[in-house]
Design a protein around this ligand. Structure first.
Ligand SMILES: Cc1cc2nc3c(=O)[nH]c(=O)nc-3n(C[C@H](O)[C@H](O)[C@H](O)COP(=O)(O)O)c2cc1C
Length: 225
């Protein structure tokens, strides 16, 4: 180890019996399998501590060189939500009105989505995940590494944490999302990665009847099982 190596501490690792491992893996899968993207939200407020703990959970994600290149902005302010909805709908009108390639529109048709995004205002909270693309100028460092991979993993963990806590989300990407940096006054070295409306589903909420690919279709195994 070089002189610059950080002090190390013993790992806090829990070892389970095989039976416990099977139970934990299958119940976690069953729980995640119930997660669905929700596009109709109730305006009922959500406990802010729950959101904060879910953000903490997201912040435990691994990141390239431990740079933790993410910033989470939570918006519950009605006026800001209105501004974000207006700007997102403007981009989406351009997307649906010809900017998206035709095969992308064909893929979206079964989901029933369009340029109207009332959920942005209906959901009691929006979480905007920003990717810190480059270090802050004052840091003296020139580049960040594996930003997209790291922020993608943290966002996945955030969505899973919110779902486990009993909150619904939509993964929304009204691209281009530069308007989010402007409205939310984030610095130039950050770019909006995803907009997550968060809350409880509206009464009678329905979701597209989708099937997920089977394990055999999305995985390959070499060697004994
Ligand atoms: C990167 C990414 C971008 C997405 N962007 C949108 C979006 O802009 N609008 C939307 O309604 N859904 C969006 N979705 C949600 C997908 O349509 C949804 O995850 C997919 O249809 C599967 O449904 P499920 O999340 O209920 O399993 C996005 C999902 C991902 C992962």
């Amino acid at each position: 180890m070089s002189d610059e190596t950080q002090p190390h501490v013993p790992l806090d690792f829990r070892r389970y019996s095989e039976e416990e491992m099977r139970e934990r893996a299958s119940s976690f899968y069953a729980e995640l399998d119930r997660r669905r993207s929700v596009r109709e939200f109730s305006s009922e407020p959500v406990p802010h501590e729950v959101i904060e703990d879910c953000l903490r959970a997201a912040g435990t994600a691994p990141s390239g060189a431990h740079l933790q290149p993410w910033h989470f902005v939570v918006v519950t302010d009605p006026e800001l939500k209105r501004k974000i909805r207006e700007a997102a709908e403007e981009e989406e009108r351009r997307n649906y009105g010809g900017r998206m390639p035709e095969d992308w529109v064909d893929l979206l048709r079964p989901l029933g989505t369009d340029a109207n995004k009332p959920h942005i205002e209906d959901a009691p909270a929006l979480i905007v995940v920003f990717a810190v693309r480059a270090p802050a100028p004052e840091s003296g460092r020139r580049r960040n590494y594996y930003v997209t991979e790291s922020v993608g993993i943290a966002t996945g963990m955030l969505i899973a944490a919110l779902h486990r806590a009993g909150l619904a989300t939509l993964t929304h990407t009204p691209n281009p999302m530069n308007f989010l940096r402007e409205i939310l006054e984030r610095p130039k070295n950050e770019s909006a990665f995803v907009l997550l409306p968060v809350g409880y589903p509206a009464e009678g909420c329905e979701v597209p009847d989708l099937e997920r690919k089977a394990l055999a279709d999305v995985s390959t195994w070499f060697g004994p099982r």
